[in-house]
Design a binder for this molecule. Structure first.
Ligand SMILES: Cc1cc2nc3c(=O)[nH]c(=O)nc-3n(C[C@H](O)[C@H](O)[C@H](O)COP(=O)(O)OP(=O)(O)OC[C@H]3O[C@@H](n4cnc5c(N)ncnc54)[C@H](O)[C@@H]3O)c2cc1C
Length: 481
């Protein structure tokens, strides 16, 4: 076994390894380089910057505040936003073809559609621009020995072992480093494949080159049991993603069945997708699976920590997987800044002790949001609650922040987002029930006044009884005594 590979190292500085050169690993390499570490990044694939076709997951992604803040920390935010398309609202497409919009936040707030491959390339190039970062492509981690903090890699030609001071596992949802950590110590692990898969389809530009749909929205065709979404690309196409149960995918076996299915559920999309294009894409593109991963702790063996999907793969329905992974890197960086002499072990311990709750919370929130996107957005009750959210946020901008805004437009830790949102929901329920009962009591009182019944003692008691009932209800909901 060879002992090492070509590295660019600054003398006298500490060396760390990053496993995985996807979105999170390449960002983490730049942040560590900024703190002066010599960084060796090992990626199992070849360099995507020199590949003609990169297979894998979603073509575009929604970037929001947490991700933007992390990109800002490495000076890449402005560059990334230059090529990003702002999406200010959801545009809902009903079966009849009518559309309506649901803003994501205030007029200025938006999420951005970004190209996954371009973003990854920009992050790799940035990492490589640091003279203390070495990128090693076609290097696959196969084993880790945490007692010596050594890592074994295989390349197309050889296998070798490297020793390092610390290792960051950014090798995605099926992380090898995580598996090695599980073999080594007490790492709890939970994974779930949801029963729905996804298929990406291309919605091309119109013949005149324009977008086939308004570009500044995230388009949703919610159909309760399944849904289709579309995010805009800079070449004026859209990437359409159809999420539905695997069984439904399997039941569409030929062109006739496919077109019948689309005519029934997404008739307005057929002309713009084009029947031939749809058929070709549907039957040639793979059906992806969606996994949710939770584990704890994220730091183990004294020298290894997990970040990004390796620590918390989430289903893609909140558009937070990458954003949460980027925020992991930023949080770790902030902890390093706070630790004496960049004490990496102290930062990792603190990261692991405090941040896991947020990772678990975003995994749960992401699962919930699938239901919201494919079903709730159709409901009048949901729209009423959304309107209440907006009014309360407008009246009390600091006290009341809608759930989506806390997730996408703030850096409030995800587990606090959940607690706060539950509290807010209780308050809205109280406000709505209180106003409903008050209106009812008034109506009854006025009616009785007019009929002369109000003079009866029995009916004068009614408002008192209603007051007691309300008080009791309030205590039940708030848990106060
Ligand atoms: C359909 C879909 C849509 C999504 N949409 C959004 C969205 O809109 N917004 C959002 O924020 N997130 C979204 N996500 C989630 C997002 O894609 C992930 O959270 C993000 O890619 C995680 O980045 P990562 O670097 O942790 O992992 P990955 O992107 O998986 O990168 C891991 C890297 O490690 C490498 N690797 C793996 N094993 C090894 C090994 N043994 N040795 C060396 N290298 C290895 C891999 O080749 C890869 O390059 C979506 C996901 C899906 C599936």
């Amino acid at each position: 076994m060879a002992q090492s590979t070509m590295t660019r190292e600054k003398e006298g500085q500490r060396s760390v390894a990053v496993v995985g050169g996807g979105l999170v690993g390449s960002l983490q390499a730049s942040l560590l380089a900024k703190r002066g570490f010599n960084v060796n990044l090992y990626e199992s694939r070849a360099d995507i910057r020199s590949m003609t076709h990169v297979s894998g997951r979603s073509i575009n992604l929604a970037l929001s505040t947490r991700g933007r803040e992390a990109l800002k920390a490495v000076g890449l935010e402005a560059t990334v936003l230059q090529d990003a398309i702002p999406m200010y609202s959801r545009m809902i497409h009903s079966v009849s073809g009518s559309t309506s919009t649901q803003p994501y936040g205030t007029k200025e707030q938006c999420i951005y559609s970004v190209d996954r491959r371009r973003l990854n390339e920009q992050l790799l190039t940035l990492a490589e621009s640091h003279d203390n970062v070495s990128l090693h492509f076609s290097h696959k981690l196969t084993r880790a020995d945490f007692t010596k903090c050594s890592l074994e890699f295989s390349t197309p030609n050889e296998s070798f072992t490297v020793a390092t001071e610390f290792v960051f596992g950014c090798d995605g949802a099926y992380s090898t480093l995580r598996r090695q950590m599980m073999r080594y110590g007490r790492l709890n692990y939970e994974q779930e494949y949801i029963e729905h898969g996804y298929k990406e389809l291309c919605l091309p530009p119109l013949p005149d080159g324009d977008y086939a749909l308004p570009p500044n929205h995230l388009h949703i065709w919610p159909r309760n049991e399944f849904m289709m979404i579309a995010l805009p690309n800079t070449d004026h196409s859209f990437t359409v993603t159809l999420f539905m149960p695997f069984l439904t995918f399997e039941n569409i076996r030929n062109e006739f069945e496919l077109l019948t299915f689309f005519e029934e559920h997404f008739p307005d999309s057929l002309d713009i997708l084009g029947r031939d294009n749809l058929t070709k894409e549907f039957f040639s593109n793979p059906t992806g699976q969606v996994i949710s991963v939770k584990c704890y702790p994220h730091f183990l063996g004294g020298c290894a920590v997990l970040l990004g999907d390796a620590a918390h793969a989430v289903v893609p329905f909140y558009g937070q997987g990458m954003n949460a992974g980027f925020e992991d890197c930023l949080i770790f960086y902030e902890l390093l800044l706070a630790a004496p002499q960049d004490d990496i072990v102290q930062a990792a311990q603190c990261y692991s002790d405090t941040h896991w709750r947020d990772c678990h919370a975003i995994a749960d929130l992401s699962k919930y949001n699938y239901l919201e996107m494919r079903s709730h957005v159709n409901s009048r009750w949901f729209l009423l609650l959304k309107t209440m959210d907006s009014i309360l946020h407008w009246l009390l901008p600091r006290v009341f922040i809608p759930l989506y805004s806390m997730v996408a437009f703030s850096r409030i830790p995800y587990h606090q987002v959940v607690l706060r949102s539950q509290r807010q929901r209780r308050l809205i329920t109280i406000a709505m029930v209180t106003s409903g009962v008050s209106v009812l009591v008034c109506v009854v009182c006025v009616a009785m006044e007019r009929s002369g019944a109000y003079n009866s003692l029995r009916y004068r008691i009614l408002p008192c009884v209603a007051g007691c009932v309300l008080k009791d209800f309030y205590q039940q909901v708030t848990g106060s005594s």
